[in-house]
Write a protein that binds this ligand. Structure first.
Ligand SMILES: Cc1ncc(COP(=O)(O)O)c(C=O)c1O
Length: 456
């Protein structure tokens, strides 16, 4: 056993982490829990408002259909994180020096099982931004290397890729996906045409934030493999929103937030790295575990609040006990019904075929709401979003995509059709108001223009 970590975590060394993660299931003994961890085995799938009241903390009177932005925590998971925090302070030495690492190992093992990968290939991270930075900033990029991404890549990730390219002389290749998207095949053939072998890294969002079509990842990854291009998947919206089987997908790097659709407390995510690439993937923060193996290096990032990681057990219990399939079926069905309802009420279209969406979708807003003959701007969309919030207490984002405004719907288990009906009616009311004052001054304020990519 390697004992090169200076820190002695009681009887548990940073280097023990690797050993414990690698143990076969039959030989592994989980640590004892100092606090209760709820199960949901006797819960039926409760949905809509009653689910919201029981399992979420959202305010009663807000029509909250923007789960995609910053998630929304499961009440029981939040309680668990708070209980861990209280427990830590009763005897901080016992917790940080003796108990924390075995617990982090356990939650990593469980999460790895949940997303179907080897636990030694997965590390917990505070968010996707940090996880992607760890991968990208660790690449030894050389002048002329190419990084490939689509125009729908998350704004903050684009900035990171621009930064690493500018500072190393690498080249960023941004490929344009045009909207409305017509089919999955359109995306596949676009990647086929534009991705060349020799690219140093290709970055794809599993579900892009501004345009939440589920990308045909299996096919995209196989194109990358054929061309020998390493692929990093940004699955910020994936965990909880779709079944994740990393073994079947087989990406080189995969990151996901747990604090979005999986409803963990904020500050919980993971990074998966293919075995052969682990040695060259180092954490941004170097601390006690450095030199003790991939998992040990990432596990301890200095003293901070680890409770969001530990609370993940509650979310895994919830998804396992209620049923991954049942939860996702409810969300997808609600999304489809909401899209049908809104497109027929507004006489508009979706930004892509319904089968490409999961629990988020883009529905075109009626043109009467803005200038019908000119391309819409980000600020027009932002103003409509603000009006929906201030006038009707509806929290939903408006996305400006290639000159057209779309509502991005989010559908979680606590949502119900009545909320989308309300949105539909309010938008029609805004259209009627707009028509009334069409010859007069703008009903919508002139809000400062902002970069489209800034929205969550
Ligand atoms: C596709 C995508 N990638 C990355 C992020 C960043 O996530 P976080 O802020 O949790 O790091 C988001 C956040 O919305 C996202 O939608």
């Amino acid at each position: 056993m390697q004992k090169n970590s200076k820190r002695d975590f009681g009887s548990f060394h940073a280097s023990n982490v690797q050993e414990l993660l690698g143990l076969p299931e039959a030989e592994y003994q989980p640590p004892a829990f100092p606090i209760p961890v709820p199960r949901f085995t006797d819960c039926q799938l409760e949905t809509g408002h009653s689910c919201r009241r029981k399992h979420f903390l959202l305010e009663e009177d807000c029509t909250f259909i923007n789960h995609g932005a910053f998630g929304g925590v499961l009440r029981e998971a939040m309680k668990s994180a708070q209980e861990w925090q209280m427990y830590v302070e009763r005897q901080p030495l016992r917790f940080y020096d003796r108990e924390l690492l075995p617990h982090l190992v356990y939650v990593t093992r469980r999460l790895a099982k949940f997303v179907c990968c080897d636990p030694t290939d997965l590390v917990l991270m505070i968010n996707v931004t940090t996880a992607i930075n760890s991968v990208v900033r660790g690449l030894d990029l050389q002048k002329g290397d190419i990084i490939y991404m689509l125009n729908v890549t998350y704004g903050a990730v684009k900035k990171l890729l621009q930064f690493v390219c500018e500072s190393t002389g690498a080249v960023l290749q941004e490929v344009q996906l045009n909207f409305p998207v017509t089919s999955k095949d359109q995306v596949i053939s676009m990647v086929e045409k534009t991705l060349s072998s020799g690219v140093r890294l290709a970055v794809f969002d599993h579900i892009p934030s501004n345009a939440p079509v589920i990308l045909p990842l299996k096919e995209i990854i196989s194109i990358c493999k054929e061309r020998g291009v390493p692929v990093l998947v940004d699955g910020a919206h994936a965990l909880g929103a779709l079944p994740l089987d990393l073994r079947a997908l087989d990406p080189d790097y995969y990151v996901s937030n747990a604090h979005k659709w999986f409803c963990c407390p904020k500050g919980s995510a993971f990074l998966y790295v293919r075995k052969e690439l682990k040695a060259q993937t180092r954490p941004l923060v170097i601390s006690h575990g450095f030199g003790s193996g991939f998992n040990s290096e990432f596990m301890w990032a200095g003293l901070h609040d680890y409770s969001p990681f530990l609370a993940m057990h509650v979310n895994m219990n919830f998804w396992e006990d209620i049923g991954n399939k049942k939860i996702q079926q409810y969300m997808y069905t609600l999304c489809r019904e909401s899209c049908d309802l809104l497109t027929s009420l507004w006489h508009t279209k979706l930004a892509a075929p319904m089968e490409m969406f999961g629990c988020m979708a883009l529905v075109e807003l009626p043109r009467q709401l803005y200038h019908s003959n000119t391309a819409a701007t980000y600020s027009t969309g932002e103003a409509i979003q603000n009006q929906l919030y201030h006038q009707y207490n509806i929290e939903v984002p408006v996305k400006c995509i290639q000159g057209t405004l779309y509502i991005r719907l989010s559908c979680h288990i606590y949502n119900e059709l009545a909320e989308y009906e309300k949105l539909g009616k309010c938008v029609l009311e805004m259209c009627a108001m707009k028509k009334l004052c069409s010859e007069g001054s703008e009903t919508i304020g002139n809000i400062h223009s902002q970069d489209e990519s800034c929205t969550a």
